[in-house]
Write a protein that binds this ligand. Structure first.
Ligand SMILES: Nc1ncnc2c1ncn2[C@@H]1O[C@H](COP(=O)(O)OP(=O)(O)OP(=O)(O)O)[C@@H](O)[C@H]1O
Ligand SMILES: Nc1ccn([C@@H]2O[C@H](COP(=O)(O)O)[C@@H](O)[C@H]2O)c(=O)n1
Length: 209
């Protein structure tokens, strides 16, 4: 069973994806980490975001076994990730490993922006997780400020709105709800309620509880 979960920044898609993966004992891939790893390398090496061959080369050489999720989940790396994610050549370099992950025997859970539309359009279950920009910004602000990042509620909201705009309007695999994706708007739902909705969707679509 392939479960594809997409949605905008800080919507809670990773929270839902991890819970479904644990519940159904499936491997999980947070595909945002791939773009974050490329973005972090661009920053670390001082590369220009317009240097397409160099950025595509970084993506092709990514060591996916050793991604440091904690170090990659910062505001500046998220911004860099969304910039490299606009580049078709970077996306192309990351496609096969995501598709191979999705199609492994027994299935998998993947979350990102283009899982239900591009990476695994054949997924049995597709869920689009969203929430209002204000709710997402409040959650992300709590997360980043607890880690000591110098953010304000206003700067996080501006970052979220900018990222929404960039992710939705790019030409290459924009953030889109697949036509057959079920919607969870968790603006008014806590984590447990959001996960419970996702479990109901899987049960309805596949008969698996
Ligand atoms: N329904 C919810 N209610 C309140 N907080 C939530 C909810 N779902 C997730 N969160 C919290 O919001 C933050 C963002 O959640 P999460 O990392 O799952 O989002 P995401 O969409 O995967 O983010 P990203 O786009 O950065 O990958 C986390 O701190 C998480 O604990
Ligand atoms: N399938 C994906 C996943 C992510 N992106 C881009 O990476 C940025 C960071 O992702 P997070 O989920 O960790 O916030 C995101 O803003 C996207 O630009 C993508 O394009 N496709």
């Amino acid at each position: 069973m392939i479960i594809a979960i997409d949605g905008p920044a800080a919507s809670g898609k990773g929270t839902v994806a991890r819970a479904l993966a644990a519940h159904f004992r499936l491997p999980h891939l947070d595909t945002g980490l791939l773009y974050r790893a490329v973005g972090a390398e661009v920053l670390a090496r001082g590369l220009d975001f317009s240097d397409v061959p160099a950025l595509a080369g970084l993506a092709a050489a990514l060591d996916v076994q050793n991604l440091d999720g904690e170090a990659l989940r910062t505001g500046p790396v998220g911004e860099a990730a969304s910039r490299v994610a606009e580049i078709a050549e970077v996306r192309q370099a990351l496609i096969d490993l995501q598709r191979d992950f999705a199609r492994q025997p027994g299935g998998a859970v993947l979350d990102g922006r283009d899982i239900g539309t591009v990476i695994a359009p054949e997924a049995e279950v597709k869920i689009f997780v969203t929430a209002s920009p204000e709710a997402r910004a409040a959650r992300r602000y709590a997360e980043l400020s607890a880690r000591g990042e110098p953010v304000t509620p206003q700067s996080v909201l501006e970052d979220i709105l900018k990222r929404d705009q960039r992710d939705s309007s790019r030409a290459a695999a924009p953030l889109l709800r697949a036509v057959d994706a079920e919607l969870i708007d968790n603006t008014e739902l806590d984590k447990q309620a959001s996960i419970a909705r996702a479990l109901e969707i899987v049960a309805r679509r596949t008969g698996r509880g």
